[in-house]
Design a binder for this molecule. Structure first.
Ligand SMILES: [Zn+2]
Length: 198
């Protein structure tokens, strides 16, 4: 179960299948296909079905199952790596961008800012995200009303970088506030690399 940080959020948060696909892809790429099998085998009975049946990108699945898979993967495969959730999140974001149909929503900075809330609702059925310009090539992302954990926040922060980064223009994100520390929203600084010369 996800510890609920705020009392007014529903206990069951759902997330799109594409987030699961990205997460599984990260485990297979980084640790090998048999590593994924080991993680699935270690899951409790109730959570295993999602990972043994074919995953469709647009289906809604409980976030708790994704959190369970990611936590089990870290524990089994790389328990001492402090960057595990950030690496997993970045890869998931890249997969969402390239295979989940999110590319048009993040094609350039003004579009990403305009469609940030739509992007969030396309991935999560709970919470909201706003992206606000903060100078040239910079923005602040604010996520609110999402029950979170340190691992989920780390992964989501990196996933945003993966979603926004193109092959020619990398994006970095850094968490600057978190609801788990008592802030009203989770806030991430978003920085785009300078536009490539053409
Ligand atoms: Zn947070």
């Amino acid at each position: 179960m996800i510890p609920l940080a705020v009392p007014y959020t529903p206990p069951m948060v759902r997330v799109r299948g594409i987030a699961f696909i990205g997460c599984v892809q990260f485990v297979k790429d980084a640790y090998g296909p048999e590593a994924h099998e080991r993680v699935v085998a270690a899951l409790p009975d109730g959570a295993r079905g999602t990972f043994t049946a074919p995953l469709r990108d647009a289906v809604w699945k409980p976030l708790s199952e994704l959190v369970l898979y990611a936590g089990t993967a870290r524990e089994l495969l790389d328990p001492t790596d402090e960057t595990f959730y950030a690496r997993l999140g970045f890869r998931s974001g890249s997969v969402e961008r390239s295979e989940g149909g999110f590319l048009p929503m993040v094609a350039d900075i003004p579009t990403a800012i305009r469609l940030a809330s739509v992007l969030w609702r396309s991935l999560y059925d709970t919470g909201r995200m706003a992206l606000t310009a903060d100078g040239p090539g910079r923005a602040i992302a604010r996520v609110s009303y999402l029950p979170t954990t340190p691992a989920l926040c780390q992964a989501n922060c990196a996933a945003l970088a993966g979603l926004l980064s193109s092959e020619t223009r990398a994006v970095r994100t850094r968490q600057r506030a978190c609801v788990l520390d008592g802030a009203p929203a989770c806030e991430w600084e978003v920085t785009w690399d300078p536009e490539p010369f053409r």
